[in-house]
Write a protein of this length. Structure first.
Length: 255
C-alpha cells in the first residue's frame, strides 16, 4: 500500500505482487503488516492493525514520546525494526562480549555526529539516531535508564549518562560539518577495550572501519558496494527475524 497509487502499482508489478492499493482499509484482511510510512503516521497505523503481526519502523510515536500509547501495546504483537544489531560489526562485537574477551563490561562510550539538510530538534536527532545503538545495547545487557543529560540549546549537541546498575553508558550527539551520520563506539571491560567507528555518507552508503580489541584488529570492517548495501542487508535480516518469530520458529527474545 502507498499513498501514490501509480507508484504503488508500478512497484507491485516490479516485485510481482498481485494487488496494490492506496487505502489502508484494504489491508485489514492481512495477518502480517510492515509499516514504513512517515514517522508521524506510525501510531495511527499501529492502532488500525494492532491485532495483526506488525513490524514498524522506529519511532512508534513520531517525534513525541507518547508513553500511554506505547503502554497500550504491551501485550500486542508489535515489533520495531532496528537494523543495527544485524550489521556484521554489531554481531562480531556481541560475540566478543558473550565470549568474555572483555571481561566484565563496565563502561560504554558512543559518540554520534549527524548532519542532514532536514529540520530536526536536538531531541529529534537524538531519538532518530542514538536509538540504534541504544536498542542494541539494551538487548546485550539489561535496559539502561537515563541518569543525567545536558543540551546546548537548539543545536544537535546532547550529552547523556545512562546506567543499568552494572554498566555506565556515555551516549553523546553533536552536529557534524558535512552531510553524514557517524558512530564512534568504545566498550571497556576488566580485560580489554573494543573500538570501532563507521556510519553513512551519501554516495558511499553504510561502512564500518576495523574493529579492534586492545589495539589489535579482529575484524577488517564492512563496506557497502554498488550491489551490496550493508544497511539494506541488515534490514532484510531484521525482517527475516520478525517473520521467523511470528511463524513460531524462534522466540521473541531470540529475535
Amino acid at each position: 500500500m502507498g499513498l501514490d497509487i501509480g507508484n504503488t502499482q508500478a512497484l507491485a508489478k516490479k516485485e510481482k505482487i498481485k494487488n496494490a492499493t492506496n487505502r489502508a482499509e484494504d489491508m485489514l484482511s492481512m495477518d502480517t503488516i510492515v509499516i514504513s510510512s512517515p514517522a508521524s503516521t506510525h501510531m495511527d497505523y499501529i492502532k488500525m492493525f494492532q491485532d495483526k503481526n506488525v513490524l514498524c519502523e522506529k519511532p512508534l510515536t513520531g517525534g513525541l514520546l507518547r508513553m500511554a500509547d506505547i503502554e497500550s501495546l504491551k501485550h500486542k504483537k508489535i515489533f520495531v525494526n532496528y537494523s543495527f544489531p544485524f550489521l556484521k560489526t554489531a554481531v562480531k562485537m556481541k560475540t566478543v562480549i558473550d565470549n568474555g574477551k572483555l571481561g566484565e563490561v563496565f563502561r560504554i562510550i558512543i559518540n554520534i555526529s549527524p548532519y542532514f539538510e532536514i529540520k530536526h530538534s536536538p531531541l529529534g536527532w537524538f531519538m532518530d539516531d542514538a536509538v540504534h545503538p541504544l536498542s542494541w545495547l539494551n538487548h546485550i545487557f539489561s535496559p539502561f535508564q537515563l541518569i543525567q543529560w545536558h543540551s546546548s540549546g537548539n543545536r544537535p549537541d546532547i550529552s547523556t549518562v545512562l546506567s543499568n546498575g552494572k554498566q555506565t553508558l556515555n551516549l553523546n550527539l553533536y552536529e557534524a560539518h558535512r552531510i553524514q551520520l557517524d558512530f564512534d563506539i568504545t566498550i571497556a571491560g576488566t580485560k580489554g577495550v573494543m573500538k570501532t567507528s563507521g556510519g553513512f555518507v551519501p554516495g558511499k552508503f553504510w561502512n564500518f572501519g576495523p574493529l579492534t580489541l586492545n589495539g589489535k584488529v579482529i575484524m577488517r570492517g564492512e563496506k557497502s558496494t554498488a550491489g551490496n548495501d550493508i544497511w539494506f542487508t541488515a534490514n532484510c535480516l531484521s525482517v527475516k527475524a520478525f517473520l521467523e518469530t511470528v511463524n513460531g520458529n524462534i522466540t521473541r527474545e531470540e529475535s
